[in-house]
Every structure is written in structure tokens, then in C-alpha cells.
Design a binder for this molecule. Structure first.
Ligand SMILES: NC(=O)c1ccc[n+]([C@@H]2O[C@H](COP(=O)([O-])OP(=O)(O)OC[C@H]3O[C@@H](n4cnc5c(N)ncnc54)[C@H](O)[C@@H]3O)[C@@H](O)[C@H]2O)c1
Length: 346
């Protein structure tokens, strides 16, 4: 039996949810809700079985609706998700889960108590490239993680309610959360931001994360760059992965190049003289299936509901991302100092 679905928010991102929900057999899309009903009507077009509405109450009181997918601005997520869960609906919500950890925790425990799925749309975790990166890293293919370096910059829409850290940062942080081995976690964060156009909020940000194994991760997110760069390097002790998301012919490259040393086997006093050798090996371009990530998001949402299990990117994943974002904002407020993840400025 199909799952009755309502989508809330028909702005920039909502139409993508509509298109992919209509292409997902598990769902029967019943409603598209937006405060601007003419926008919902325009997205749906003149034909079809999906009803446009500007009444969220009408959606939540419809017993045929089992699940709600929310693509409204971050500031509205807490109230919309809470009402949906209280009405007994499963929820897929856009990133970031909420604007604060405290609100996210309330929603996570409400979903748990109610036995409902609360899933975050961490879209990148469902791309074939990121799924392969996770397999390579967790399968030990690149050895120990030594560094991660990400650049996600383009001419982006300056958002009215969030800064660039909270708009683009969730992509990098959710990817990091998804691909790192379970025993490697961030322990501290520092962030430096800029607003050179006087937008009143950060338009570019440099985020550093210290990981529990001693590695350093860095992400540069930026709304002001005229060129689009989406590249992440995952440096390992055996191999290095380079992910260039703007290059469909070679999104992933696995380099058997790196630096070898004898340092690990030498006593401390001899390490300075240790020989460093450079390894120049082959580069492999892994073949990736062509699959739209958002279709996989929808499929996973449907499967989590039918199988009565947490989604791959559940509320806990959303909360881990929020904790990093909150620590990053705290670092910004204190001039860029390093903030440990138990909240202490170092
Ligand atoms: N996963 C991704 O890659 C991705 C990409 C872009 C945006 N997003 C996320 O999607 C969400 C929406 O972003 P957007 O760029 O589409 O915003 P947007 O401003 O273009 O659209 C938001 C829509 O929500 C409607 N809305 C606002 N409050 C509402 C309410 N209470 N009830 C019903 N409708 C309401 C607005 O009228 C508007 O049409 C954000 O959380 C954003 O972070 C995710």
C-alpha cells in the first residue's frame, strides 16, 4: 500500500521534492502546501491529482496523509516538524534540522517517543560518489585519514535567515559525519567568516575541525565566488581520494600517491632524520552509477517508514551536524577561537 505524502514548501527546493516523490513508487503525493498558494499551484501545473493548499492544518488533519516532507526556511522547521509529529506523521525535513541543538533534541526525542521516522535530507550522503567514498574509507582502502580538505564555493543565493555556515556547511558536515570511520569523530572546531558585501551575515566561511585520530579537516564555503568549485580531498596514509563534483566524467579519483616515512617505527630522537620518500603510483577513476541523490533520499524515507526503522540520515545524524554548526558559530562569536565539542573555548 502506498504511503500518503504531503510536501510543504514550494520555493526553490520544494519542486525537486515534488518531482522525486512523484517518481517514487512507495509514495502517493496528496498535497503541496505553501503559504503562497499561487506558488504551489504554479509548481503543480493545471493537471494532476495533487492538491495545492496554504493550510498546513488541512494537511495535518487529513488521515490519508502518513508522512510530510518539509522544504521551508530553517527558522520554520521546529514548529512545522513538531506539529507533524504530534499529528502522528512521519517527517522528512530539509537541512539544517533546526536552528539550534536544543530544538533538534526536542524533535528527536518526540519522534522516538511517538515511534515515527524523523529523517534529515542530507542529500549528498545519497550521491553515488559519497557512498563510494564511504565504502573506500570505511573499507580501509585509503588507510588512516590524515586530512580532509573541501571547497564549496559559487555565486550562491544570500539567504535571508541563515549565514553561509548554516546554509552550505551542513553539506560538508553531513558528508564528514557519513564517511568517517565510526571511531574517528570531530573533537574541536574553529570558524572564521567574512561579510565583504555588508549583507549582515557571513557570506564566506573557513571551518576547521580537529578529528579524534589527530587528523585535520577543513571546509571553505562561500556564496560570493564567480566560479563554482566543489572539490574535496580525503588524504589517507595509503591513498588519497579526490572528489570533483563538477566533473561528471571523473567525479572520483583514487590516487596511489603520497608520502611514506619510516617515522612510525623510529624512536622519538631519531625522527628528525627520518627519510621521507614520495610514492608516485597509479590513479584509478572508479565507475559510478548515474543515480539522482534525491530519488535515493525519497526511497530511503519510504523504506524507513515501511520497515519501521531509523533512516540512514536520521535525527541523530541531523543533531551531530547541528552540534558542529553551533560550535562553529560559537567560535565565530569569540573571534575564531578553537571550541572543543563539549562546548569549552580552548
Ligand atoms: N538538500 C539540499 O541540497 C538543499 C538545497 C537547497 C535548499 N535546501 C533547504 O530547503 C529549505 C528551503 O529552502 P529554499 O531555498 O527552497 O527556500 P525558499 O525560500 O525558496 O522556499 C521556501 C518556501 O516555503 C514557503 N513557506 C515558508 N514558511 C511556510 C510555512 N510555515 N508553511 C508553508 N510554506 C511555507 C515559502 O512561501 C516558500 O515558497 C531550507 O531548509 C534549505 O536549507 C536544501
Amino acid at each position: 500500500m502506498s504511503i500518503g505524502l504531503a510536501i510543504v514548501g514550494a520555493g526553490y527546493w520544494g519542486p525537486n521534492l515534488v518531482r522525486t516523490a512523484l517518481a517514487t513508487p512507495a509514495f502517493r503525493l496528496d498535497w503541496l502546501c505553501d503559504l503562497r498558494i499561487e506558488r504551489a499551484r504554479a509548481v503543480l501545473g493545471p493537471y494532476g491529482t495533487v492538491r495545492p493548499t496554504n493550510s498546513y492544518d488541512a494537511v495535518l488533519s487529513d488521515p490519508a496523509v502518513d508522512a510530510v516532507a518539509i522544504a521551508t526556511p530553517a527558522a520554520t522547521h521546529f514548529d512545522l516538524v513538531r506539529s507533524a509529529l504530534e499529528a502522528g506523521k512521519h517527517v522528512l525535513v530539509e537541512k539544517p534540522l533546526t536552528p539550534s541543538v536544543a530544538e533538534g533534541e526536542k524533535l528527536a526525542s518526540l519522534a522516538l517517543r511517538s515511534g515515527l521516522v524523523l529523517m534529515c535530507d542530507h542529500t549528498y550522503c545519497y550521491t553515488p560518489a559519497v557512498q563510494r567514498i564511504r565504502e573506500l574509507i570505511r573499507g580501509g582502502e585509503i588507510g588512516d585519514i590524515q586530512f580532509i580538505d573541501s571547497v564549496r564555493i559559487n555565486l550562491g543565493l544570500v539567504q535571508p535567515d541563515v549565514d553561509v555556515l548554516w546554509d552550505l556547511g551542513p553539506h560538508d558536515l553531513s558528508i564528514l559525519d557519513f564517511v568517517l570511520p565510526e571511531d574517528v569523530t570531530p573533537v574541536a572546531v574553529a570558524a572564521h567568516v567574512g561579510d565583504p558585501i555588508g549583507a549582515g551575515r557571513a557570506c564566506l566561511a573557513y571551518l576547521s575541525l580537529w578529528l579524534s585520530n589527530g587528523a585535520l579537516a577543513h571546509a571553505h564555503v562561500n556564496w560570493l565566488s564567480p566560479t563554482k568549485i566543489r572539490t574535496t580531498v580525503f588524504g589517507g596514509s595509503r591513498r588519497t581520494i579526490v572528489w570533483d563534483d563538477t566533473n561528471p566524467a571523473g567525479r572520483l579519483a583514487l590516487h596511489d600517491r603520497g608520502v611514506d616515512t619510516l617515522i612510525g617505527s623510529l624512536p622519538q630522537d631519531q625522527r628528525r632524520e627520518a627519510l621521507i620518500s614520495y610514492r608516485i603510483g597509479d590513479t584509478l577513476i572508479p565507475a559510478l552509477p548515474e543515480r539522482e541523490a534525491l530519488l535515493s533520499v525519497m526511497t530511503e524515507f519510504g523504506a524507513a517508514i515501511s520497515e519501521n526503522r531509523p533512516a540512514l540520515t536520521d535525527a541523530q545524524a541531523g543533531l551531530r551536524v547541528l552540534k558542529l554548526l553551533e560550535a562553529a558559530s560559537r567560535s565565530v562569536d569569540r573571534g575564531g577561537v578553537r571550541i572543543s565539542l563539549n562546548g569549552v573555548a580552548e
